[in-house]
Design a protein. Structure first.
Length: 212
């Protein structure tokens, strides 16, 4: 039996992460494996409260480094209360975003030093990291159009402008290029079923499974 794994989904706005997290979780359940879906910011009671501070309100409500510390406060609770206990019990974890989003949004997007963000990661999480990160990539205009159609109030980052989102996209692709053993980029312009099939192929190959 394959040990429980921690899989994260990353990418810019409108890439379909939430949908694909759900579809992958269903495939894992069909294989008679235990799985938990979670998200960031969020994933534990305190972390969900912090989420509300980050994803809504005025674009300029926080300094970039304040966002980093809020994200890591939420992330530390998420890992300690949800992720690590589940993995220890043999439950797979699939998260809609994790630490790569902080590097992309606050590092590439807002221009904070990557070395500073890496140091904060090590301080908060040590050497803990996902077993696999799937990055859903698509053009900025397509992603923002999709995200805008959702009509919810968690749109603070969507309103940060095209230049910000271009830096964000470049950031995720550079993160993937730097860690090819962990990260896998998938074309999110494909339809939902095609993206799901590409994800299943990746997960099956990486962990020697036969998910369908």
């Amino acid at each position: 039996m394959t040990a429980a794994k921690f899989i994260t989904f990353e990418g810019g706005e409108g890439g379909g992460k939430s949908t694909q997290v759900k579809l992958l979780a269903e495939a894992i359940k069909r294989a008679s494996l235990s799985v938990v879906q979670t998200r960031e910011p969020g994933g534990s009671p305190g972390s969900e409260e912090i989420r509300n501070l980050l994803v809504s309100g005025a674009v300029d409500r926080w300094q970039p480094m304040s966002e980093v510390f809020l994200n890591y406060a939420a992330r530390t609770e998420h890992v300690s209360q949800t992720i690590k206990p589940a993995l220890a019990n043999g439950t797979w974890i699939i998260s809609d975003r994790f630490a790569d989003s902080t590097m992309a949004y606050q590092g590439y997007g807002h221009g904070l030093k990557q070395s500073d963000l890496a140091a904060i990661y090590r301080l908060a999480l040590g050497d803990f990291s996902p077993d696999l990160t799937i990055i859903l990539d698509l053009p900025i205009d397509t992603g923002l159009e999709r995200a805008g159609s959702r009509g919810d109030n968690e749109d603070r980052y969507e309103r940060m402008g095209v230049a910000f989102h271009e830096r964000l996209r470049r950031g995720f692709l550079e993160i993937a290029a730097a860690e090819p053993m962990r990260c896998h980029v998938i074309d999110a312009t494909l339809n939902i079923d095609e993206v799901h099939k590409a994800i299943l192929a990746c997960v099956n190959q990486r962990f020697d499974l036969t998910l369908s």
